[in-house]
Design a protein around this ligand. Structure first.
Ligand code: ATP
Length: 498
């Protein structure tokens, strides 16, 4: 945070006329500006809002209430001996007005000769392009571990309680990624309910984070019951995932290992990519957040980048967590000319974040086709690994069929050799479909599921591998060059299946 404060002081000292602090934490911004003014005495902080007008200037309290133009004119007339940082709350709402916009641009030149600065604060405002020259943008990160610890200690001390060191550590970790006001809210609730803060509050913190996700239009909190044992085959992928999980530990950190970044799962429809994403969340006991890329692009042109930034912040607030980007090929595989380059910019933002991130957000991206995937996504270092989930081998078909029969008719014994032989080229989803269809046949005749039901059901299903042969071939060809790792242990060198 020291760096951020230095940066702010530097901007103020360098006579930066118009600063936009990108944050939804208005109170925190005000406090930080107050501290900055104190560091740069005799500077003062003056705050304006539409209802109360000016606060913090001795001779002008209340001035400019309901009059945004009046407050700008007030600053224009102030003598330079009285260096002023003017925080204008909600002012982005008035920037649509041509008069206000013009005045701000004029001030962005005039104020350079004075020692006054105007600060705007908003978490999701996208300034119009013609403000590019006038505005300097400063992103305010969420409170870090040290600040959170200090905040929690202060709140607890103020309530007359001393937090146990271990509880403090745990609460600090859990609150990571929440805004200061949200932490205050959780603490206030705990104090009102129990008069103290403690381990019981961890659940509340998680709930607060869940609600944070619910407020997002782009992220969905997925409740999932899928576990690793629901996946038939894909043993190489499962082994790799177990290994990566260990890299989240403190011990791994001490060993010098970086935090795992993510994995790209490539493969035809129905081969268990989504199932794997869900199972990872379960076996790693991490929340699963599904990113709806389509929604990132919806709405106003230019708003997508702001939404991407906000989405990333929300995901980081949930860390450690799994961020699942489904069908990434469809999301970013379109023609960039048709959307004014928006998808390219959003992808670039996501890739930069993935390369630089230090938070425990593990990205699981899934894709069906290789030809539509932007090449920059496949470059080394983006994902920890790229896995190819091919159609299941003979052994895998056996375990997938057994698994689905066992899930639905646990006490039924059926010989599976014949059906396994007859389902070469079927996906996991199609094998599941055969079990369900077979059960319908048996149920209609009021008897137990039999081998013949499965054989009949399989003969009625045309697998996708037959209809989408070309797509499959190009996927296999690409993977066989060694750019993706086979998800199944017995895949062999040339993906020969039967
Ligand atoms: P898409 O590319 O169409 O999104 P996908 O690869 O994500 O497909 P899933 O949605 O994971 O496929 O699979 C659909 C269903 O098929 C799963 O919910 C599961 O019931 C079954 N299935 C697929 N693969 C397997 C597998 N390896 N083991 C057990 N079940 C599987």
């Amino acid at each position: 945070m020291k760096d951020w404060e230095n940066n702010l002081d530097l901007l103020i000292r360098a006579r930066t006329p118009l600063i936009l602090i990108r944050s939804s934490e208005e109170l925190r911004v005000e406090e930080l500006l107050e501290q900055s003014a104190k560091r740069m005495k005799p500077r003062r902080l003056v705050v304006w809002d539409y209802i109360n007008g000016i606060k913090g200037a001795i001779n002008s309290p209340g001035l400019g209430a309901s009059q945004p133009m009046a407050v700008l004119q007030w600053l224009q007339k102030i003598n330079s001996d009285n260096p002023t940082t003017l925080l204008l709350k909600d002012f982005h709402r008035f920037c649509e007005d041509p008069g206000i916009a013009r005045m701000l641009k004029n001030l962005s030149i005039d104020l350079r000769k004075t020692s006054h600065n105007i600060v705007l604060c908003s978490g999701n405002w996208l300034p119009p392009n013609d403000f590019d020259e006038a505005l300097t943008i400063l992103d305010l990160p969420l409170p870090n571990q040290f600040q959170l610890k200090e905040l929690l200690t202060n709140i607890s001390n103020a309530s007359g309680n001393n937090l146990d060191q271990e509880v403090l550590e745990e609460l600090t970790r859990a609150c990571s990624g929440l805004s200061e006001s949200r932490v205050r809210l959780v603490a206030a609730r705990a104090l009102a309910q129990r008069g103290t803060m403690g381990k019981d509050d961890l659940k509340e913190v998680l709930e607060e984070k869940r609600q944070n996700i619910a407020r997002s239009e782009v992220l969905e909190y997925c409740e999932t019951k899928a576990t690793q044992s629901d996946i038939g085959g894909l043993d190489a992928l499962k082994n790799w995932l177990s290994q990566r999980y260990m890299a989240f530990s403190e011990e791994a950190k001490r060993f010098g290992l970086p935090l795992p970044r993510g994995v790209l799962l490539l493969g035809p429809q129905g081969t268990g990519k989504s199932l794997t994403a869900k199972a990872i969340a379960d076996s790693w006991s991490m929340p699963l957040l599904r990113l709806d890329v389509g929604r990132l692009f919806a709405g106003l042109v230019g708003a997508s980048e702001a939404r991407t930034r906000e989405t990333i912040q929300r995901a980081e607030a949930m860390a450690p967590c799994i961020l699942w980007i489904d069908e990434i090929d469809k999301a970013f595989g379109g023609d960039s000319r048709s959307d004014g380059g928006t998808s390219q910019r959003v992808l670039a933002n996501i890739l930069t974040w993935m390369a630089e991130k230090t938070s425990a957000v593990f990205v699981v991206a899934t894709a069906n086709a290789i030809d539509r995937l932007p090449p920059e996504l496949l470059r080394k270092g983006r994902f920890d690994e790229i896995f190819m989930l091919d159609l299941p081998s003979r052994e895998e078909r056996f375990s997938i069929l057994a698994l689905h029969i066992n899930q639905r008719r646990p006490h039924t014994e059926i010989p599976l050799e014949t059906i396994v032989d007859r389902t070469g080229g079927f996906s996991g989803a199609e094998l599941e479909q055969i079990v369900i269809e077979g059960m319908h046949l048996a149920f209609a005749e009021k008897r137990e599921l039999q081998e013949n039901d499965l054989i009949l059901a399989s003969s009625q299903l045309v697998p996708l591998s037959r209809t989408a042969k070309e797509q499959l071939e190009s996927l296999k060809e690409w993977s066989s060059t060694g750019r993706a790792r086979p998800a199944s242990i017995n895949l062999g060198r040339n993906f020969q299946r039967n």
